[in-house]
Design a protein. Structure first.
Length: 564
């Protein structure tokens, strides 16, 4: 196909702002409605917890896990005082996405392809992958925006060798590293641009590397101040450095996962267009295309190498903007018809996915690992809102103490987030439930004489827990199933009587009614205490994450110590 003739410069000046304005409006239309429809995810709650601590203490360093200082500081300013902190934090991600699409449009113009810049910005708005993360309080949307603007500033600097753009590039790559430690990959960009340049001013570019890297290192000072935390993060996450099963044996698996995730988010049509654009870039070898391709594929390849056993699709989100621009450039060079066909095909491929993400994320065709995290497994926040509502109603009648595990789950940071602001009559108590031992905590709760609720995220087939005195077992007072019915959020009244409490299972009842999977509780209620302790301890050994098993073991141990 013969490329279309280049439009007159004045024509682009007339239509380009209007087209960009329409895409900005589309971005807001797709990002803002039902922004809170997806319940809080574990990492969102953790991020806000770090932001609250930062705001409360004024200590800028040390409250995060593996960097992430820049978004934590932003949330500390914007979300800590907000009436709805999660909404405020998610709105910042919406702004990050807006920044990314503006950067793509700008980058297209810099590459003398304003049509491609507009198409790439549209693809960013329409893609389910970016839509999901522009609506969550996670750091990846901001990282994608910073990498996009690092490319913009890098192109400006490579073309002009102006010190101003070298400083801007240093700010962008430093901010990327301060957003997430994987953002340190952006540090390769200044050197790559300077060393690959064949322009007459290439020696000035190489001399100005000191400016770019000097500015970046100034921004990265917090990582050096928290060197112990930063080093621990690297040692725990750079799996390729480890021997044996935790090391490079995951390379094949990770490559397959990356391909499956991109296929799921891009859909087969989108993946095919990306593959065509990559093939054309390799065949035609245009410098701009190769730059975009190296950034995108290099980013993905890094996580294939170091992802180890635990990594997630959002880690490669920053690779999406350069890939979208690569697709847009390939389409634009083949004429206006190819541009419209590309936009139409991808809109048709993505529209149902997008509609589900906005209206009901539980129906969206997410990759399995994403569905597990955000929809039905323990990191998901489904059920929390209903549980908090029930707790508040109970607290209207009597003071309530909520017992929960002290380790990070949505039932820790998530409850803290929803009960933030000092809900009258509700106190939250941390206890090492999973360790099967919280004797002092039990004694204090028994002495207080308040209504005590135990909040648990548990598999759907596990129900009963012991009361605090170890004399009876109770069924859930409130129980909310997550989508897919695999897990439930349950609240047990283990001391006191909340309104509408479930009837207890008495010690003299038929053990079969207690539940076939509650062998330890059954034995305990029959008075066979030693056997029950062994059974409970074995259950906890087999599943150290089973909060219910740890709680029952702790209650049984303390009941024996009290001679009951």
């Amino acid at each position: 196909m013969t490329p279309a003739a280049a439009p007159h410069p004045g024509a682009a000046a007339r239509w380009w702002p209007w087209a960009l304005g329409a895409i900005v409006a589309l971005h807001l239309i797709t990002r803002l409605p039902h922004l809170m429809r997806l319940p809080v995810f574990l990492d969102e709650a953790m991020h806000l917890d770090w932001a609250f601590r930062t705001a409360a203490t004024g200590q800028l360093v040390g409250h995060t896990d593996g960097g992430r200082y820049l978004p934590i500081w932003a949330w500390a300013v914007v979300a800590a005082k907000a009436s709805d902190p999660l909404r405020a934090a998610r709105l910042l991600s919406v702004v990050s996405g807006l920044t990314a699409l503006l950067g793509l449009a700008w980058l297209g113009r810099l590459l003398d392809s304003p049509h491609a810049g507009i198409l790439a910005a549209f693809l960013y708005v329409a893609a389910p992958f970016t839509l999901l993360y522009d609506r969550m309080a996670l750091v990846d949307s901001l990282l994608a925006a910073l990498l996009t603007h690092a490319l913009v500033l890098g192109v400006l600097w490579a073309r002009t060798a102006r010190r101003l753009w070298a400083v801007g590039l240093g700010l962008a790559v430093g901010a990327a590293g301060l957003t997430k430690l994987s953002g340190l990959l952006a540090l390769a960009l200044p050197a790559a641009l300077a060393l690959a340049s064949r322009a007459p001013h290439r020696f000035r570019l190489r001399a100005q590397l000191a400016w770019a890297y000097g500015i970046a290192l100034v921004l990265l000072v917090p990582l050096f101040l928290d060197l112990a935390g930063t080093g621990k993060f690297f040692s725990e996450n750079l799996w390729v450095l480890r021997p044996g099963a935790d090391g490079a044996s995951f390379l094949g698996r990770n490559a397959r996962l990356a391909g499956e995730w991109l296929l799921a988010y891009l859909t087969p049509i989108g993946a095919a267009l990306v593959a065509v654009a990559v093939a054309l870039a390799l065949r035609e070898r245009r410098r701009a295309d190769l730059l975009l391709l190296c950034v995108a594929l290099g980013w993905c390849a890094f996580f294939v190498l170091v992802g180890g056993r635990y990594w997630f699709p959002r880690y490669v989100l920053p690779a999406m903007p350069p890939l979208f621009l690569l697709v847009a450039l390939a389409a634009e060079r083949r004429g206006r018809a190819a541009t419209w066909v590309t936009a139409g095909l991808l809109t048709a491929a993505w529209v149902r996915f997008d509609a589900a993400l906005i209206a009901d994320p539980a129906r969206a065709p997410l990759p399995p690992v994403e569905r597990s995290q955000y929809i039905y497994d323990w990191p998901s926040g489904y059920g929390l809102a209903e549980v908090v509502t029930a707790m508040r109603r109970a607290a209207e009648r009597t003071p309530v103490t909520v017992l929960r595990d002290q380790s990070s789950t949505p039932l820790r940071e998530g409850l803290d987030l929803m009960l933030r602001g000092g809900d009258a009559g509700i106190d939250v108590v941390d206890a090492p439930v999973k360790a099967g031992d919280f004797g002092e905590s039990i004694e204090r709760l028994l002495a207080a004489g308040r209504l005590v609720l135990l909040a648990i995220d548990q598999p759907a087939d596990r129900q009963l827990v012991l009361t605090l005195d170890g004399r009876t077992a109770v069924r859930p007072w409130v129980e909310i199933s997550k989508p897919d019915g695999v897990r439930r959020v349950a609240v047990y009244a283990v001391a006191g009587e909340p309104p509408g409490a479930a009837a207890p299972a008495r010690a003299d009842g038929d053990p079969a009614t207690v539940g076939s999977r509650q062998e330890g509780v059954s034995l305990w209620l029959q008075g066979r205490h030693e056997e029950a302790l062994r059974e409970m301890a074995e259950a906890l050994r087999l599943d150290a994450e089973d909060l219910r098993a740890g709680y029952n073991l702790a209650v049984a141990r303390n009941a024996l110590l009290r001679g009951r």
